[in-house]
Design a binder for this molecule. Structure first.
Ligand SMILES: [Fe+2]
Length: 291
């Protein structure tokens, strides 16, 4: 380790930059000031060469260029570095019994309203996949059912593809908007999702390969819930036993979000043969809850 050749100059430089951060928005000043402080600390510690710094800039340029209307490489980068999960963590605290939040990911899209109990798998996966019922109850943190909660659901199919990635699926496949009735219960019929790799054909994929990381996300179903008088919740339901639960590329797994997909013949769900059933209750936090 060489001695810092110009510690005073680096300190003066940081002071000058921080002194130049003004404007009317105090929060923006804090955010920019904090970012500048940490970036300068990074340079002081890591001493990137000019070639390395230009390579980093080129990486960010290409990350932006890889974005399209249906693909956001920057969200993917944020997810893969655990920053999205860190932002989620600092923004969603509450009573210990609440259902934890998790990241939204890049595949959310408008979903069709469907009746409770609907089949949401309408593509070829319906023939191939493992028939599955997901059911549960939406309550507040005191166990009171939440009526009129809208569940926005999206998932990959049995081969790990979302409708937007797969020419065999129509838009809206494996997506649904369901609204709870007075008892707060919900259920839908689908196929068991598969674990899947995040897109690796762009700059983020290059980065993962370069740092020796796999791109896999454990099998999951996304659920986003809005209910009047309650905090909105965006979360995941993970499939117990998935081999990637311990190494999610997006660092989004929380123990309370893992559910067993158990063999069932429960006649209540009107299935033709044996199927898997996953029970996942959702506890929302009331607006104004001080806990
Ligand atoms: Fe996903």
């Amino acid at each position: 380790m060489t001695a810092d050749p110009a510690p005073d100059r680096l300190g003066e430089l940081l002071t000058q930059v921080l002194g130049s951060v003004g404007g009317e928005d105090p929060r923006l000043r804090d955010l920019v000031g904090g970012l500048v402080t940490h970036l300068h600390a990074f340079v002081r510690e890591q001493r990137p060469t000019e070639a390395e710094w230009l390579r980093a800039v080129d990486f960010l340029v290409r990350t932006g260029q890889a974005c399209t209307d249906t693909r956001n490489e920057f969200i993917l980068l944020s997810d893969m570095l655990g920053v999205t999960s860190a932002v989620d963590e600092v923004n969603h605290t509450g009573p210990p019994m609440m259902t934890p939040s998790s990241v939204e990911g890049p595949f959310h899209a408008p979903a069709p309203p469907r009746p409770m109990g609907a089949w949401i798998a309408e593509g070829p996966e319906r023939r191939r996949g493992e028939p599955t019922v997901v059911h549960g109850r939406v309550t507040d943190c005191d166990g009171v059912p939440v009526a009129g909660a809208v569940l926005d659901i999206w998932q990959a199919n049995d081969t790990g593809l979302y409708d937007s990635q797969d020419p065999e699926q129509h838009d809206g496949n494996l997506r649904a908007l369901l609204t709870t009735g007075d008892d707060g219960t919900y259920w839908f019929r689908t196929v068991k999702p598969s674990s899947y790799p995040v897109p690796t054909d762009g700059p983020v994929g290059e980065l993962l390969r370069a740092i020796g990381r796999h791109p896999m996300r454990p099998a999951h179903i996304h659920i986003k819930i809005h209910a009047a008088g309650h905090r909105p919740l965006t979360t995941h339901l993970f499939v117990a036993g998935d081999p990637y639960l311990g190494s999610d590329a997006a660092f989004a797994v929380k123990d309370a979000l893992i559910a067993d997909f158990r063999p069932s013949t429960d006649p209540r769900f009107g299935m033709d043969g044996p199927f898997l059933a996953a029970e996942f209750d959702i506890r929302l936090v009331k607006e104004g809850d001080p806990r």
